[in-house]
Ligand binder design. Structure first.
Ligand code: COA
Length: 261
């Protein structure tokens, strides 16, 4: 029997799709969902056949409408701090997976849902999506990394405005702010994601891992350290069979077959 009760998992041609499946609660993140996501991403990390992950929410209304407010309502300060750390560890696990994770944002991505989307490598939304950090309306604040990742993605000024007002923004504004990579009509969402998945599933896995790591470092380290890190990872790329294959295939005017070696 599957160990997952709140997730639907589907593996297809190098792509692993994880669907949070609590549509009656707009896929809110309770402790069980967070635990199951930890387990799902842990197994994805170890599976070389998975080249790209799509993370989404069930139904057509929400990606994830936040942490589960009925659970937050009962937390004491110690449990709340631990829950925040547990959620933050999940976000870091996703961010540091070493494979691209695409957030398929098919509706509300609020609070913990927005934080989850921000931990993904790429964010693609349907035009009816709404994003935001509405925790302030509950007398709390983001706790799964929202203050930090929002500031890095859209700048401190906008991040503090969004978290202080709790204002929900439409997909177009989120795209303009740099919070989203792409927006499309709801009917086009799956095709848009599939186009990207097909490309990434056939790209060189080790080079992708290094690109993600190097770009992530840009937000954390001084320029020269980032440049040194980039040069080091570039050297590692050139130690791979995939580098030989990619450059040789170009010279032989054929399509490269990358194997992640
Ligand atoms: N936690 C727990 N349950 C949630 C939830 C959350 N974050 N978000 C939605 N739900 C539940 C609702 O309680 C409702 O359950 P019920 O049918 O048993 O009453 C169900 O999901 C549907 O939500 P509903 O509010 O009826 O839908 P709506 O279309 O009227 O409104 C939202 C949609 C997203 C605007 C609204 O649900 C909302 O504001 N949710 C909370 C967003 C939030 O503050 N997130 C941050 C949490 S820290």
């Amino acid at each position: 029997m599957s160990q997952f009760h709140t997730l639907e998992l589907l593996s297809n041609d190098g792509c692993y799709t994880i669907t949070i499946n609590r549509p009656d609660k707009l896929n809110a993140l309770n402790r069980q969902v967070v635990t199951e996501l930890h387990h799902a991403f842990e197994s994805v990390a170890c599976d070389e056949s998975i080249r790209v992950v799509v993370l989404t929410g069930a139904g057509d209304k929400a990606f994830v409408a936040g942490a589960d407010i009925s659970e937050i309502n009962t937390l004491n300060p110690m449990d709340a701090q631990q829950f925040a750390q547990y959620g933050q560890q999940l976000m870091s696990r996703i961010e540091q997976l070493g494979k691209p994770v695409i957030a398929r944002i098919n509706g509300f991505a609020l609070g913990g849902g927005c934080e989850l989307a921000m931990a993904c490598t790429l964010r693609i939304a349907s035009s009816n999506a709404r994003m935001g950090l509405p925790e302030i309306g509950l007398g709390i604040m983001p706790g799964f990394g929202g203050t930090q990742r929002m500031a890095r993605l859209v700048g401190e000024g906008k991040a503090v405005e969004l978290a202080l007002t709790g204002r929900l923004i439409k997909a177009d504004e989120a795209l303009q702010l740099g919070l989203l990579n792409q927006v499309c009509e709801p009917a086009q969402l799956d095709d848009t994601i599939q186009t990207l998945v097909s490309q990434l599933a056939h790209s060189a896995p080790l080079a992708m891992r290094n690109i993600i790591a190097a770009v992530q470092a840009a937000g954390d380290v001084p320029l020269q350290s980032g440049l040194d890190y980039e040069a080091q990872l570039f050297g590692l790329c050139c130690a791979t069979e995939d580098m030989r294959e990619g450059t040789t295939a170009f010279l032989e005017k054929r399509k490269a077959e990358f194997r992640g070696r």
